[in-house]
Design a protein around this ligand. Structure first.
Ligand code: ASP
Ligand code: MG
Length: 419
């Protein structure tokens, strides 16, 4: 039975990272493997820069693309001493293709152009990783994921056609070898244009392969020892979680724990395929297992923090209560302006909602809301979600700060705090 490994951008951000990836494969001695790789380092952000150049500042495209080219070129020059190695030609060819697209396509469809451009991040990284593994005698086959994962044409957030994908994967993934493929990408059915599964979507790609292959396990290799009970950037004391149940991990990812992409878990849960999160620095350490069994081991509280949220409070202008008709109006607008709703609270005369203003739509949303409601809002608030907490921990966390909203259910406490 095969296994699926996923290596994210941070693991292949430079030549050293690619060498380390090869040593992880050697250490684990896996031979029956699908290897899902993301774009190198922060390359997806850089390609996003090219897309915005394309629409607003076409004269700057060339400079941005050549920075990206140089980044990859430096890595292959570090990895391959012979400049005659075919990888140089391969990367040049990918950039020729990209430049051709940028010059000849005059589309105003932002999401479409986005997918055609950013996909080159993964196409480059997988070509490089595959060539390097061959170089160090790890036999492998490079597989274009776009011939496997079929999606609809909803660019930037494409929905997987599971039936077609299952068939393609069964046909193309051969057992007892190492296959390397791109995370994050798919292709649509009508014209086979590249699609993407949403930012950080490579975990999800790994889960799709795991599901379709009935894999023994899926492993996400990271620069942290596994899933921690709190983000070490904000909390001084953290604990490694050895085991998390699927259900608990889905809740944690949903509330914003960023280690695992939220879409990843449900396909794996369906087939009870364990998901391991391990350190690519210490590959023999156990890391975290998400799977069947106890909710959390060790049984401890988990802290999730989301910064830069907006709390909006509404009341009616005409003395009507904040009930169905008013609230449904509010939700329609939140959806229209792509505000992700993190928490809601209502009373007879007021309705509060904490949202993630991911797409910078606050101004136009407030303008619309003002036509119908009296509004107050707070920007830059922090939303804390704490699972399985003890009251003393909540008190210590608040530590004298102003709590705008507190909500408590059996396993979860949520706090909106003014910083
Ligand atoms: N390269 C893509 C991104 O950075 C996908 C991924 O890393 O999972 O969003
Ligand atoms: Mg990435």
């Amino acid at each position: 039975m095969s296994k699926v490994f996923k290596f994210g951008g941070a693991s292949v951000k430079d030549a050293e990272g690619v060498r380390n990836l090869a040593s992880v494969i050697e250490t684990t001695k896996e031979k029956d493997l699908v290897l899902v790789v993301s774009a190198m380092g922060k390359m997806t952000n850089s390609f996003e820069g090219v897309v915005s150049n394309y629409f607003s500042e076409p004269t700057t495209i060339e400079a941005t693309v050549s920075e990206i080219y140089n980044y990859h070129h430096k890595i292959i020059s570090d990895l391959f001493t012979a400049s005659s190695h075919p990888i140089f030609e391969r990367i040049n060819k990918l950039f020729k293709e990209l430049n051709h697209f940028l010059k000849t396509t005059k589309s105003r469809n932002h999401a479409f152009v986005y997918d055609q451009v950013v996909g080159y991040g993964e196409l480059c990284s997988t070509a490089i990783v595959s060539a390097y593994l061959s170089e160090v005698n790890i036999a492998n086959t490079l597989l274009d994921v776009r011939t496997c994962i079929k999606t609809n044409a909803n660019h930037r957030d494409a929905i997987v056609d599971w039936g077609a994908t299952q068939k393609n994967i069964e046909k193309q993934v051969k057992p007892n070898r190492i296959m390397i493929t791109q995370g994050f990408l798919g292709s649509e059915d009508t014209n086979n244009f590249t699609t993407t599964l949403g930012r950080e979507g490579s975990d999800y790609t790994a889960a799709i392969f795991g599901y379709c292959l009935n894999a023994e396990s899926v492993t996400i290799w990271k620069d942290v020892p596994g899933v921690l009970n709190a983000d070490p950037r904000y909390f001084s004391k953290t604990q490694l979680l050895r085991h998390i149940s699927y259900r608990e991990a889905i809740e944690l990812a949903f509330y914003g724990a960023t280690v695992i992409h939220p879409k990843t878990l449900q396909p794996l849960q369906r087939k009870e395929i364990p998901l391991y999160v391990k350190s690519f620095v210490n590959p023999l350490e156990e890391g975290t297992c998400v799977g069947k069994g106890v909710t959390l081991d060790p049984q401890t509280s988990c802290f999730i923090l989301k910064k830069n949220q907006v709390l909006i409070s509404l009341s009616s202008l005409d003395f009507s209560f904040m009930i169905e008709n008013n609230i449904s109006e509010v939700f329609k607008l939140l959806q229209e302006f792509k505000m992700r709703v993190e928490l809601i609270q209502n009373s007879a005369i007021s309705f509060s909602v904490c949202v993630d203003n991911k797409f910078n739509n606050l101004e136009p949303l407030l303008a619309k809301l003002r036509e119908r409601f009296k509004i107050k809002w707070n920007e830059g608030v922090t939303l804390y979600t704490i699972r399985h907490s003890k009251p003393v921990e909540i008190k210590a966390l608040i530590n004298g700060r102003e709590v705008l909203i507190k909500q408590e259910s059996r396993d979860t406490v949520q706090l909106v705090i003014k910083e």
